[in-house]
Design a protein around this ligand. Structure first.
Ligand code: PLP
Length: 459
């Protein structure tokens, strides 16, 4: 979002486009006339070369590699509006298949009607799931003749910014449990201690954005069981499995975090993270049809039948759904497992090497998902923000950020090891990191003055 007024006199000049077109165009004004397609393409193509190289972006969880066949499906379906399921019933069919496939993967009961939807990403999924819980809470309270003006939602400070957004946008009080300074996730006792009868849901994260650590969903579930037995308050859990949802079922199938647990009533996962599809695609899944209030479902006509839809937006491209289905049938569980194991092994290799570098200390080393975080053991003449800037000059993008309360004194760097990051790249990265550190300690005589930022690392 850009708030300031841009200089209307500013012009954009072409390079190779000058073969076809040789006058500048205004940067912030609609040009009067157009230009040759080739010229327009070159101008834009050259300018975009200044973006970072996605494969060297170690900050992002988001997929930067798809097979050529998946890319073909992506392009072949980009011009279909996904909401028009009457015109494009096959894409809709694939969405329904994937909802079923993921619901079974997350151990929903076969006796239920699998309920869920594709979204633009985990943020939309989380908003939709929490909105459903707010609605269910409101109906429950109304039936009991109770006040519905003070809903709250309980989650840890380890959650993604979208949880705060939901609370603000949908007018729900957020009750945030601070991080346990040892586990760097929310303490289940503190979390459940904040719950009361106005709580619409408790949030748990499988793979925090900060360190990749997991909330103890099973413990949270058992504490909520006790609360229900003792006080009759029945609170649903929404699990944010944005990152882990396409990893844990394959490499830790016995870990109980999903619909096997009574209170887990909804789950989100990002198809565009370890689901291995280009952005933006996410999934929201409900344990049972009854968890999604009928009131919130809108119907579009589909082959003469009314097709239920649950989305925040309306039109979107169909491009991501076929590649998601492609990955599922192309890789199968064993393929996703092989890829996950390889990413985990490469992440741990990198973590071990980083841990041997002077003054660096590993904070998390790919315990459940391929994320490595590290900090400085002791104060140096440069900090991790300086290092983040210095490593950028070698092409690598690695964020530095401070943790939320109660661990906000800790500044970390985080590396997400994706499929495209090989061991060879790990060695090249370590080499660049060492050079960046040497140059910072050799040439810098004073600190940069950049102070630790509050807030969230990028996704
Ligand atoms: C734990 C977690 N939840 C939610 C999100 C938001 O996901 P999306 O970018 O798919 O909207 C992220 C993004 O990194 C995340 O890490």
């Amino acid at each position: 979002m850009v708030a300031e007024k841009m200089n209307p006199e500013k012009k954009v000049y072409g390079t190779y486009s000058n073969r076809d077109f040789n006058r500048p165009i205004p940067e912030f004004e609609f040009p009067e006339d157009g230009m040759a397609a080739r010229a327009a393409y070159e101008m834009i193509h050259e300018e975009l070369n200044l973006d970072g190289i996605p494969e060297l972006n170690l900050a992002t969880f988001v997929t930067t590699y798809m097979e050529p066949e998946a890319k073909m499906l992506f392009m072949e379906n980009a011009h279909k509006n996904f909401i028009d399921s009457f015109e494009y019933p096959q894409v809709k069919k694939e969405e329904i298949r994937i909802v079923n496939i993921l619901s079974r993967l997350y151990n929903a009961s076969e006796n239920t009607e699998f309920t869920g939807a594709s979204t633009i990403g985990s943020s939309e999924s989380i908003m939709l799931a929490l909105l459903a819980h707010k609605w269910n809470w409101k109906e429950k309270m109304k039936k009991q003749g109770k006040d519905i003006s003070h809903p709250n939602i309980v989650f840890g400070a380890d959650t993604h910014v979208v949880w705060d957004k939901f609370a603000k946008y949908f007018d729900v009080e957020s009750r945030i449990a601070p991080l346990d300074s040892k586990t760097l996730v929310a303490d289940p006792e503190r979390l459940v201690g904040m719950v009361d009868e106005n709580t619409i849901a408790v949030g748990a994260v499988m793979g925090t954005t900060f360190t990749g650590a997991f909330d103890d969903v099973k413990k949270i579930n058992s504490l909520l069981e006790i609360l229900k037995a003792e006080k009759g308050i029945d609170i649903p859990i929404h699990v944010d499995a944005a990152s882990a949802g396409f990893i844990t079922p394959f490499i830790e199938p016995d870990l109980e975090w999903d619909f096997r647990l009574n209170h887990v009533r909804s789950i989100n996962v990002s198809g565009h993270k370890f689901g291995l599809v280009y952005p933006g695609i996410g999934w929201v899944l409900f344990k049972d049809k009854s968890d999604l209030p009928e009131d919130l479902v809108f119907y579009v006509n589909y082959l003469g039948n009314d097709m239920p839809t649950y989305t925040l937006n309306f039109s979107k491209s169909s491009s991501n759904i076929p590649p998601q289905y492609y990955n599922i049938i192309r890789l199968g569980k064993s393929g996703y497992r092989r890829i996950a194991e390889n990413m985990m092994a490469n992440a741990r290799y990198l973590g071990e090497k980083l841990g041997k570098i002077k003054n660096l200390e590993i904070v998390s080393n790919a315990e459940h998902i391929p994320v490595v975080t590290f900090k400085q053991k002791a104060k140096d003449i440069y900090d991790l923000f300086d290092l983040s800037s210095a490593i950028r000059s070698y092409g690598w993008i690695v964020p530095a950020y401070s943790l939320p309360a109660d661990a906000s004194d800790t500044v970390l760097m985080r590396i997400v090891v994706r499929e495209s990051f090989s061991r060879d790249m790990a060695d090249l990265f370590l080499d660049s990191l060492q050079k960046a550190m040497d140059s910072l300690s050799g040439s810098s005589t004073k600190k940069s003055g950049i102070s630790p930022r509050k807030g969230h690392p990028v996704s």
